[in-house]
Design a protein around this ligand. Structure first.
Ligand SMILES: *Cc1c(COP(=O)(O)O)cnc(C)c1O
Length: 451
């Protein structure tokens, strides 16, 4: 099979093969890689996935994007070793379901991408016998811990994670700072957006050429591809891919919803993709007004992993609708708004509404949601109410409720049961560096650590 090519959303850099897109992270023109052509499901293929295991479905979907880079059995082995946990599809009523993506090692949906990326990088390094690779990542909480756990002890790979200490929970911090080995955690004085700006600047910095830097943030195409899989899995399990389905995705940097959008372009019969944000609602506003305005600084909401005022992946969304959003947030060409509203339905949810939703779903359905999942659920309810849709509907729960014990305790009067992966954290000791949010300090740290 020919290997697929990946092109930049800024269209100023050559299209590259998967291995190069993975290792670069961001394209040299500062755009984001997307497959030049999106592969399609064969007729009957979705139905045939109905009774396959999650790793088998993952291999079937990913093979379409990775052929020529990873051998078929190599890929299946990677999927089998990554996805060793359940992916529950909890039925709420005849129409509505919650897909829980919280059973991985860090109890966040980011494990799905992280575990697969760790294996992809490890396999590329093994096959190419290269030197040490340094993965740089900025996190508002969950990315960093998922990446740290995904790359932990992978040979020839070092990881540096930048995080805003004031914006992450103690548990999120411990997931990054208790590993050691090839994982370095750095607390940056500032917000998530400052961490992300530092990482972006390092990638563009010619004076760091001596260090082989790459990204594992949601800008890396390797983070997106595994996020297509669970949408395919849910549609295959619930409808054999034969009936329209609605997904609601609580969104921050818009990587998760991109997975659903790509699945739809592959031929999954999506009735609508509901995109629910917290009060950082620049995208719902854009859908309403066709005017894009970043929110700077981003607002600190309860669903803290979604506190993003200018989502990196929105450039990819815009590109899939024939527009061009550059890396600074300027809309160089308007997308096809009509097609966008046909496929996407966006809504913003306040913190007060998030709290009410956690209480209401528990009271009415014994459905336990944490703040991110509650944003997604309310988005779905709003969509179903407004459209009277009867399609099978799935709201995505992106974190385990036990990651937000104080909030759940306050709202529901009990503490959620802690999964074993999180329970082990309490006893481990933490190590992390601290740094002002300025590029000079970061530049020096990188040289001191890896040169
Ligand atoms: C990262 C994250 C999100 C947002 O996902 P994006 O891909 O950035 O839109 C939502 N919920 C949780 C728990 C997360 O960690």
């Amino acid at each position: 099979m020919d290997s697929m090519l990946y092109a930049s959303t800024n269209r100023q850099a050559p299209a590259v093969k998967l291995a190069e897109a993975l290792l670069r992270g961001q394209a040299p023109d500062k755009g984001l890689y997307l497959p030049v052509e999106i592969p399609r499901f064969a007729p009957g293929e979705l139905a045939s996935l109905y009774d396959k295991s999650y790793p088998e479905i993952a291999a079937a979907v990913l093979e379409k994007f990775t052929a020529g880079t990873f051998a078929t059995n190599e890929l299946l082995e990677m999927c089998r070793s990554a996805y060793v946990f359940d992916v529950p599809l909890e039925r709420v009523d005849a129409q509505r379901h919650v897909m829980r993506l919280d059973r991985g090692p860090t109890a966040s949906f980011k494990d799905f991408a992280g575990l697969m990326m760790g294996r992809m990088f490890g396999t590329l390094r093994r096959n190419a016998a290269g030197g040490r690779l340094v993965i740089l990542t900025a996190t508002s909480g969950d990315t960093g811990s998922a990446i740290a756990n995904a790359f932990y002890k992978i040979p020839n790979v070092e990881v540096m994670i930048l995080f805003p200490p004031a914006e992450v929970s103690a548990r999120q911090r411990k997931q990054m700072t208790t590993l050691g080995e090839n994982i370095t955690a750095v607390g940056v004085e500032g917000k998530f957006d400052d961490c992300q700006a530092l990482v972006k600047q390092a990638f563009a910095d010619e004076t760091l050429r001596g260090i082989e830097l790459t990204s594992a943030n949601s800008i890396n195409i390797g983070r997106l591809l595994p996020q297509i899989v669970y949408y395919v899995y849910a549609a295959a399990r619930l409808t054999k891919g034969e009936k329209p389905i609605v997904f609601s995705v609580p969104s921050g940097n818009f990587g998760n919803m991109m997975g659903a959008l790509l699945a739809s372009r592959m031929g999954l019969p999506l009735e609508k993709l509901v995109v629910a944000t917290n009060e950082n609602d620049e995208v719902p506003r854009f859908m309403e007004t066709a005017e894009y305005h970043k929110i700077v600084p981003s607002l600190a909401c309860l669903s803290n992993a979604m506190n993003v005022g200018h989502p990196s992946n929105f450039a990819r969304v815009i590109a899939l609708f024939d527009g061009w959003l550059d890396e600074t947030g300027v809309m160089r060409r308007k997308p096809d708004m009509e097609r966008m509203s046909r496929e996407l339905w966006a809504t913003g949810v306040t913190d007060a509404e998030t709290r009410e939703t956690i209480q209401k779903t528990w009271r009415e359905h014994q459905l336990l949601l944490e703040p991110h999942g509650a944003v997604g659920w309310l988005g779905l309810e709003r969509y179903l109410r407004e459209t009277s849709s009867t399609a099978t509907a799935v709201s995505v729960e992106t974190a385990h409720p036990a990651k937000f014990p104080e909030e759940i305790e306050k709202l529901l009067g009990f503490s959620p049961e802690v999964p074993p992966s999180l329970a082990a954290l309490g006893t481990k000791s933490e190590h992390y560096l601290t740094m002002p949010g300025d590029y000079g300090a970061f530049h020096k740290l990188l040289l001191d650590t890896y040169k």
